[in-house]
Design a protein around this ligand. Structure first.
Ligand SMILES: [Zn+2]
Length: 162
């Protein structure tokens, strides 16, 4: 039901006498004629032997007041719009996470990957064991070099003072 036309597919076209008919089948070719007090949407209750039938809620909403509050095409269009907007937000969030994940993997310089669960949440960066080792070795090397350069600076400062 992305638009009014699609939704209208679920409303039977009136017969030549102007009356819609519901639940027509070989065993009941005339179906059930439209109740003019009720919503014109054809519903399918489901279950064994269920037949299509006219919605049993009072009409009065939507175009020409032919729909019930639940099947009001404007209401359904609004719901669809909200769902589409929520979907777009989720997709944008997922894309942002993917971009950030690629940036992190590049910055780490080891093989790693972003694991996503669903769109835009429950994500984690998976670093395989060998990559983690490489990464830690690199960090330890950086820390050692930093300590060594601090030591050299301290020695130089002590010399200047003496
Ligand atoms: Zn209805």
């Amino acid at each position: 039901m992305s638009n009014r036309e699609e939704w209208d597919d679920r409303v039977p076209k009136p017969d030549s006498d102007g009356v819609r008919r519901y639940g027509q089948w070989a065993g009941k070719p005339g179906g059930w004629p439209e109740d003019p007090k009720n919503c014109i949407v054809q519903i399918y209750p489901g279950g064994r032997g269920a037949m299509h039938r006219q919605c049993s809620s009072r009409r009065g909403r939507g175009r020409d007041g032919l729909y019930c509050a639940h099947h009001d095409p404007d209401r359904l269009a609004r719901i669809k719009r909200d769902l589409d907007a929520a979907e777009a937000r989720k997709k944008a969030a997922a894309n942002a996470i993917e971009r950030e994940g690629r940036r992190l993997v590049r910055a780490l310089g080891v093989s790693a990957y972003v694991e996503m669960r669903g769109a835009g949440y429950a994500e984690r960066l998976v670093v395989p064991f060998a990559s983690a080792r490489k990464l830690v070795a690199r960090l330890e090397g950086l820390a050692e070099r930093a300590a060594a350069s601090r030591e050299r600076a301290d020695v130089a400062a002590a010399r200047r003072r003496s």
